[in-house]
Design a binder for this molecule. Structure first.
Ligand code: SAM
Length: 271
């Protein structure tokens, strides 16, 4: 009897240059990365103080945000755009710990996320993983893994966590507004982004990211807020990630360098 095995490595995986998902995984100390990704992560971390810590802070706010959405906000459908490689405390684990029937669709452009997706799918019927380009909202929203699985007549949490800064200024408005328009009232938009509050390392990180990974844009807090459209920001608004509903006390006047690279916000679609 012949056994059908997936081809390994899949031909679409390119080991010769770094990818966003794998370099981020390297920053987080994960194992789903290759030498080129680790080199980029190491070199960038030398230039940008607190880079690794900022990646960890981003994951922490993702967990707090999803916990809040699945808990207090009562959301049971999540569309996680630019979801990244599986790590500790993934969106579906955090949401399903609050509500075992919460549905999660992960979308990422990195083929390695698709490879790992098969493993997640095998053990979780409330989760889907698809490889797709977030910059193509019509295709993503019409894809059967999204449209047959999530009910857009009901509230959905749409996540662009650690993802907004990979949308260039010429496409971001059209892309984010298309997703906002697709949501029913009662839905939430959850975004985190590299921020520009005037510290040189923020634009420097954006530049290094663009140079090595094609996209990378630091936005002012007002520019980040702009992408929430007419949605109503929940407290505390758009803040440094460490200050968004922290689990313990954080002194806003004494943030570490790694706590000043990213901002987070969640907003409600009221009508
Ligand atoms: N959301 C996760 C988090 O916050 O921990 C991962 C964030 S990681 C910094 C950004 C992810 O966005 C990467 O996995 C990358 O592959 C993905 N990404 C970047 N541009 C994308 C695009 N145009 N379409 C889909 N995914 C994209």
């Amino acid at each position: 009897m012949t056994e059908e095995r997936p081809e390994w490595p899949p031909p679409e995986l390119d080991f010769s240059k770094p990818t966003i998902a794998r370099a981020y995984d390297a920053l987080l100390g994960g194992k789903d990365n290759f030498a080129v990704d680790r080199e980029l992560a190491d070199q960038t971390a030398l230039l940008i103080p607190g880079l690794r810590e900022s990646a960890v802070e981003n994951r922490k706010v993702l967990v707090r945000g999803v916990r809040w959405l699945a808990g207090e906000a009562g959301i049971d459908q999540f569309l996680d755009l630019g979801s990244g490689l599986p790590t500790v405390e993934n969106t579906h684990e955090v949401a399903q710990a609050r509500n075992a029937k919460a549905k999660v669709v992960y979308v990422d452009i990195d083929p390695l996320v698709g490879v790992h997706g098969r493993a997640i799918l095998a053990e979780n019927s409330y989760t889907r993983v698809m490889v797709g380009d977030v910059r193509e909202p019509a295709e993503i929203l019409a894809h059967e893994d999204v449209s047959d699985f999530l009910d857009f007549e009901r509230p959905v949490a749409l996540m662009l966590v650690g993802m907004l800064h990979y949308l260039s200024p010429d496409v971001a408005d059209g892309v984010v507004s298309a997703y906002r328009d697709a949501l029913a009232p009662g839905s939430y938009l959850f975004m985190t982004s590299l921020v520009d509050t005037g510290l040189p390392q923020q634009q420097e990180l954006a530049r290094i990211t663009r140079e090595n990974l094609e996209e990378g844009w630091a936005r002012t807090p007002a520019e980040i807020e702009y992408h929430f459209g007419d949605f109503e920001l929940v407290e505390p608004g758009v803040t440094y990630t460490a200050l968004w509903r922290p689990d313990g006390p954080v002194d806003p006047d004494n943030l570490e360098p790694g706590e000043q690279l990213g901002m987070a916000g969640i907003a409600l679609k009221k009508k």
